[in-house]
Every structure is written in structure tokens, then in C-alpha cells.
Design a protein around this ligand. Structure first.
Ligand SMILES: Cc1cc2nc3c(=O)[nH]c(=O)nc-3n(C[C@H](O)[C@H](O)[C@H](O)COP(=O)(O)OP(=O)(O)OC[C@H]3O[C@@H](n4cnc5c(N)ncnc54)[C@H](O)[C@@H]3O)c2cc1C
Length: 431
């Protein structure tokens, strides 16, 4: 790979997500050469992907060029590259644009959708982890309604207008709420010749409450909000399969006919070959790291964010796979790498839990702060401003803010466009 030689130690970061970017920012101006590799040339603000899928925001407003984030940093190089192998004994990476040596390596590769080995689910369901996947989902949702107009067969129409979301975490809850608002406010106007009252939104959750990671109060209130919006919640229900037409569950006699199953039921660490030995990979397919984010047995390799797990007695499953732990780990490691190079002792990572939140729809959100919980309109404003604050780029913040004000005032979501059609095979629904 064509990177100039330097007298400074070379730190290679794989991944320009929350963790990789916050680490690179910390290393700016330090006596190191930083090479950031990512298979995309943009940072993706995943918490707002569901708004792209449901036509509330254009994809450009939640993506930001990595080169622009780091444009003024000295000794910094970005390469658009997919890293396929780590050869740790040679301190070398294999990528689709050539090999690269490192002095220190940081994995900030995030996570990928976990289908728990269910191949049918992986093939037939829709995931929402990347911008292209969100655009596919947006197209499919709209194509289903176009398709529903082509048939008089009620059973077929119902299946096309039935949305099944598996996973009652923040992604599933936010998506279900957004679809319910579209059903109420937009579909009757866009499709006057369809009986859109028959649209169903089913949220299926394996455990006994949605938003399981939040307080019981937040769960209860979100279920209440969702039910008022017309979402059908199926708790203690485990989905077993989906062949592209019928969803099967472990509950006797419970199946769903649907053209759209959205899988929001789990993620796993995105590992790279060469650093995936069984003894360093723990629960959630994450790399076991010590309190300095150092991978066991590899003093020059570190992992931060979703792909890393600092297992302690207090945190037997590691920190939650969320933006804040990723940002905070990236910052702490930035300081530690400089300390390591200067022969100073490292600082252990201490997570500052700033709370969690989810929105269900217009004026409806739940917020759990460490010492205080609230729900409703105020929570919704807090949710909006926190998300605007963490978006990267002034333009993106402005565009998202203007879109939200417009959508709020007009009860609208204008990005309901099929720009890149999703080719669903509808033949099974014709029987
Ligand atoms: C739909 C959705 C909603 C979410 N909502 C919230 C929320 O409301 N609040 C919250 O706190 N968290 C939320 N999260 C979780 C949050 O987005 C993640 O925890 C966070 O992005 C993790 O940051 P990261 O830097 O570890 O990984 P990421 O941000 O995922 O970044 C990883 C980067 O690595 C790159 N990469 C991966 N493998 C390779 C490779 N082999 N070669 C080159 N590049 C590679 C990827 O292209 C990507 O840019 C949500 C996630 C999703 C999917």
C-alpha cells in the first residue's frame, strides 16, 4: 500500500465509526503516523438509519466523508480498503488494495447483524445496519404498496401490507413507531384506493418486555405508546424461521404471512481473519481486551467499540454495544497510545454511563438518565437534540433539523422514493 515512510511509529486504525474517528481525533498533532482504513469512505450515523428506511431523512444527511472529518490532521492517511487478514507475527495487514505494515494496530470494526446461524433468515429477511440496507428497506416498503394495488386478492394484499419486526430493542421499537406513523398519516393520502387500515405492524420480542436494556418504566411506557399507535406487540415469542413468505414461531399456531420481515434481533462483533482464535473471542463474537483495550497475547494490537469486550466482574458481558462506550474507548486509547510510545503507564478505561433513550414517534420518547427517568414530549425533545449534537458535520445537523421541523409541521416524510429498486420475488404471494 502506498503510504509514505515516516520516522514516527505507524498506528493503523481499521474502521471509521464512532470509535475509530474519536481515536483518530485524539491522535491529531501527536508524534505518530496514523493510517485509517475503512471499506466505506464515509462515517455512518447508525442511530438514524431507521429514519432513512422510513423516508424521514435522505441517506446523505446521516453520512459524512471520513476524509473531511480528518482533513487538517498532520501525518494522517485515509485509504478506502477492506481488510481481509491480520498477520500478527509479521505486524502486517492484507487488504483488497495491498498489504500494509503497522507498529500498532487498532481494530474499530464495529459489529454486523447476527442471524444466530439461521441461513433462511439471513437470506430472506431485511437487516438495517448499513445505508445501502436501509435504502433497500425503504424501497421494499414502498414497492409492497405498489404491488398491493395490483391484486384484488385480500389475502395477498394483507401479506404485502403486513410488516414483521423481530427484536424489541431500540431499533425495533423506533422502526415500529415510525411505520405506525406512516400508516396513520401518509398511506391513506398516498394510496387512497387501498384500505390502509388493514396495514399491520407486528413487533416480536423473545423476552417479556421491549427495551429490555432500559428501565421497566421505560419499557412499560414504550409498549403503551406503541399500542396506542396500533402496533401489535408479541412478547415471549421466539421467531424460528422465514422462507420469504411465512414467519414461523415457537408459539403453537402463531405464524405471520408477510413480504417484509425486518431482523433487528442482534449484532455480533465484526472480526477479521487472523485475529479470531477461540481463546480471544468471547460472547457476542467480540475480542477479549484488557482494561487498556489491549487484545490478550498481542501487546501491540488493540480493539475499541462494538468489536471489543472488556470483561470484568461488574460487566461480565462487556460494555453495551452502543455509541458512547465506543466514543469513550476511542478517546481513552488515543491518550494511552501516546503514553505507551512515551514509556508512560497506561490509564484503565472507565465507562461514564450517560444513560440511554429511544423514540417511539412524534412527541413520544423515553429517557433513562443515571439518576432520573422521564418520558413523553420533553423526552422526545431531549432525544432530538442529543442526536443532532452527536451527528458529524454542520451541514448534516442543519439538514436533519430542517427535515425534522418540516416533518413535524407538515406531518410528512418526503423521502419516500424508490431510487434503487429492491428486487423482491413476489411470486410466492400469488398462490
Ligand atoms: C440501526 C441501529 C441503531 C442504533 N441506535 C443506537 C442508539 O440509538 N444509541 C446508541 O448509542 N447506539 C446505537 N446503535 C449502536 C451504535 O451505532 C454502535 O454501537 C456504534 O456504531 C459502534 O461504533 P464502532 O465505532 O464500534 O463501530 P461502527 O460505527 O459500526 O464502525 C465500524 C466501521 O468499521 C468499518 N469496517 C468494518 N470491517 C471492516 C473491514 N474488514 N475493513 C475495513 N473497514 C471495516 C465499517 O465500514 C465501519 O465504518 C445503533 C446501531 C444500529 C445498527
Amino acid at each position: 500500500m502506498n503510504i509514505p515512510k515516516s520516522n514516527y511509529p505507524r498506528i493503523v486504525i481499521i474502521g471509521g465509526g464512532f470509535a475509530g474517528i474519536s481515536l483518530a481525533k485524539k491522535l491529531s498533532g501527536k508524534e505518530v503516523q496514523v493510517v485509517l482504513l475503512d471499506k466505506h469512505n464515509y462515517h455512518n450515523f447508525q442511530p438514524l438509519l431507521y429514519q432513512v428506511s422510513t423516508g424521514g431523512l435522505e441517506p446523505d444527511s446521516i453520512a459524512y466523508p471520513i476524509r473531511k472529518v480528518l482533513k487538517d490532521f498532520p501525518n494522517f492517511y485515509f485509504r478506502l480498503a477492506n481488510v481481509t487478514q491480520i498477520v500478527s507475527d509479521k505486524k502486517m495487514l492484507v487488504t483488497d488494495i495491498g498489504d500494509l505494515n503497522y507498529d500498532y494496530l487498532v481494530l474499530a470494526t464495529g459489529s454486523e447483524t447476527n442471524f444466530f446461524g439461521n441461513a433462511d433468515m439471513e437470506k430472506n429477511s431485511m437487516a438495517m445496519k448499513t445505508i445501502p440496507q436501509s435504502l433497500d428497506l425503504r424501497s421494499l416498503i414502498l414497492e409492497n404498496f405498489e404491488q398491493a394495488l395490483l391484486t384484488d386478492e385480500m389475502h395477498e394484499r394483507d401479506a404485502l401490507m403486513n410488516f414483521v419486526i423481530v427484536g424489541g430493542g431500540p431499533t425495533g421499537v423506533e422502526l415500529a413507531g415510525a411505520l405506525a406513523e406512516i400508516k396513520k398519516g401518509i398511506l391513506p393520502k398516498d394510496y387512497p384506493d387501498l384500505d390502509t387500515r388493514r396495514v399491520q405492524i407486528n413487533l416480536v420480542q423473545a423476552s417479556d418486555r421491549v427495551l429490555k436494556e432500559m428501565s421497566e418504566q421505560a419499557s412499560r411506557k414504550s409498549e403503551d405508546f406503541l399500542e396506542k399507535l396500533g402496533v401489535q406487540i408479541w412478547k415471549d415469542t421466539r421467531v424460528t424461521g422465514y422462507d420469504g413468505k411465512t414467519v414461523t414461531t415457537m408459539t403453537d399456531g402463531l405464524t405471520f404471512e408477510t413480504a417484509t420481515l425486518i431482523w433487528a434481533a442482534g449484532v455480533k462483533g465484526a472480526l477479521i481473519n487472523g485475529l479470531d482464535a477461540k481463546d480471544i473471542v468471547v460472547r457476542g463474537n467480540r475480542l477479549k481486551v484488557n482494561q487498556f483495550n489491549q487484545v490478550e497475547g498481542h501487546p501491540e494490537i488493540f480493539a475499541v467499540g462494538d468489536v471489543a469486550s472488556i470483561v470484568t466482574e461488574e460487566n461480565p458481558c462487556g460494555h453495551p454495544m452502543m455509541a458512547q462506550p465506543a466514543i469513550q474507548q476511542g478517546r481513552n486509547l488515543g491518550d494511552n497510545l501516546v503514553r505507551l510510545i512515551n514509556g508512560k503507564p497506561l490509564k484503565p478505561f472507565v465507562y461514564k454511563d450517560k444513560g440511554s433513550m429511544a423514540t417511539i414517534g412524534r412527541n413520544k420518547a423515553v429517557v433513562d438518565l443515571p439518576n432520573f427517568r422521564f418520558q413523553g414530549v420533553f423526552a422526545w425533545f431531549v432525544w432530538m437534540f442529543v442526536h443532532l449534537f452527536f451527528l458529524i458535520g454542520f451541514r448534516n445537523r442543519m439538514v436533519v433539523f430542517i427535515n425534522w421541523v418540516y416533518n413535524y409541521v407538515r406531518f410528512d416524510r418526503e423521502a419516500r422514493l424508490i431510487i434503487r429498486p429492491y428486487k423482491k420475488d413476489y411470486s410466492a404471494f400469488k398462490d
